[in-house]
Design a protein around this ligand. Structure first.
Ligand SMILES: *Cc1c(COP(=O)(O)O)cnc(C)c1O
Length: 391
């Protein structure tokens, strides 16, 4: 098997699993209890909090553990809207957000909020002038993702942070794809809230965090016990939190090295595909993209068919987003960068991990060439196109 769907989820690394293991059957105490046995669990939670915070230049008490990226996004957006309702009911986001943000915004629209969806350029970079122009007296939140999960484009967070700060508006970023994969510093980038998730960086599923800058007064999301400084109730997911911390620590240890290695392999993959498969295009920004992301469109082809045939060769890939798979609509991200429906339908996302090898890339490209050729040979659209070229 060749696994090239690391943007959907990653394998839990052996080191992360080893760190988590004692917290299931041995050190199982509820961290909030008062006996010494529980104190060890709380200490592990505190250590993890430090590691998670350290990766983005935050303070440990600005990190709130959640059950994943979706919850963190929901919390940030809904709680900001609710807390600042007296100031206004306008939110600004981008057209290419993950559904955890987009659908939350749509939910708020039904509750009487107004949302501006700022467009992106052909590379998927947010239009900063459009963003600045969208700011109103009653804008309470700007939420723009750090890096896109489908096409890999990294957003100009510093510039967005400056627009937010200049206008006294909170800035939240969904950094689920970026956290642990590229450097992020909440102070340098002017970020007030940041969402992260364990399973996108070799940690376990079902654990994530929301960074909330000290002084940002947004309310609780899950009400109940006093965990997470009374802002996110629920017994701590100790193994998950320990896993999240270990994943953050490992990512921090060789972030620069991993980025360089992965980006080199990614560029090799991109170059081979564009050189060797006709009528293919790269989606997303050529340089400002996640080190592990390669996103393509192949004309005259259905992405779904491509995925099925790749799967028959043991290659796990995606058409862009796990959430849009199974639906007939092309991805909102590919439409937002201006692709026509026919082109957007032929999309393929290959996302690398730290373990991906050049051999795996070579096998994938060879199979891809054969499959694309085969699908095109059966495509009436392609036949018409070839005839028109001859004529
Ligand atoms: C995966 C992902 C999410 C959701 O995170 P979960 O932990 O799976 O809930 C949110 N945003 C982006 C950009 C993602 O890639």
């Amino acid at each position: 098997m060749i696994y090239l769907d690391n943007a959907a989820t990653t394998k839990v690394s052996e080191a992360v699993f080893a760190a988590m293991k004692p917290y299931f059957c041995e050190q199982y105490a509820n961290p909030s209890a008062i006996y010494t046995f529980a104190g060890k669990s709380m200490k592990a939670v505190d250590e993890a909090r430090k590691d998670v915070a350290g990766l983005i230049g935050a303070q440990p008490n600005e990190i709130y553990f959640t059950a994943g990226g979706s919850e963190s996004d929901n919390w940030a957006v809904k709680a900001a809207a609710e807390t600042y309702r007296a100031k206004g009911r306008h939110i600004i986001t981008s057209a290419i957000e993950h559904h955890a943000v987009l659908h939350t915004c749509q939910y708020l629209e039904k509750q009487g909020y107004e949302v501006t969806y700022v467009g992106v350029d052909e590379y998927g970079v947010i239009k900063l002038d459009e963003l600045a122009a969208a700011v109103r007296e009653d804008t309470v939140l700007i939420t723009v993702m750090a890096a896109n999960n489908e096409i890999g484009t990294i957003q100009p967070l510093k510039e967005i942070g400056e627009i937010a700060k200049r206008n006294g508006i909170l800035f939240h970023t969904d950094a689920v794809q970026a956290y642990g994969h590229i450097p992020l510093d909440v102070d340098a980038l002017g970020i007030d809230m940041l969402s992260g998730s364990g399973h996108k960086l070799y940690g376990p599923k079902g654990i994530g965090f929301l960074y909330i800058r000290k002084g940002v007064r947004i309310g609780a999301y899950v009400h109940g016990g006093a965990q997470e400084r009374s802002r996110r109730a629920g017994t701590h997911n100790t193994p998950g939190i320990v896993g999240m911390g270990a994943a953050a620590r490992l990512a921090a240890a060789d972030l620069g090295e991993n980025m360089k290695k992965q980006a080199a392999l990614r560029d090799y993959l991109i170059q081979r595909v564009l050189d060797e498969i006709p009528y293919s295009r790269l989606n997303g920004h050529p340089a400002d993209r996640l080190p592990g992301n390669a996103s393509f469109c192949f004309r005259f082809i259905e992405g779904e068919s491509l995925l099925i045939l790749l799967d028959q060769k043991g290659i796990c890939a995606s058409s862009g987003s796990a959430c849009t798979s199974g639906s007939l609509d092309p991805s909102h991200v590919l439409l937002a960068i201006g692709l026509p429906h026919e082109t957007a339908h032929g999309s393929l996302r290959l996302t690398l991990s730290g373990e991906t090898t050049k051999e795996e890339i070579d096998v994938t490209v060879e199979e891809l060439k054969k499959i694309v050729g085969r699908l095109r040979s059966m495509s009436p659209l392609y036949e018409d196109f070839c005839k028109s070229q001859e004529g």
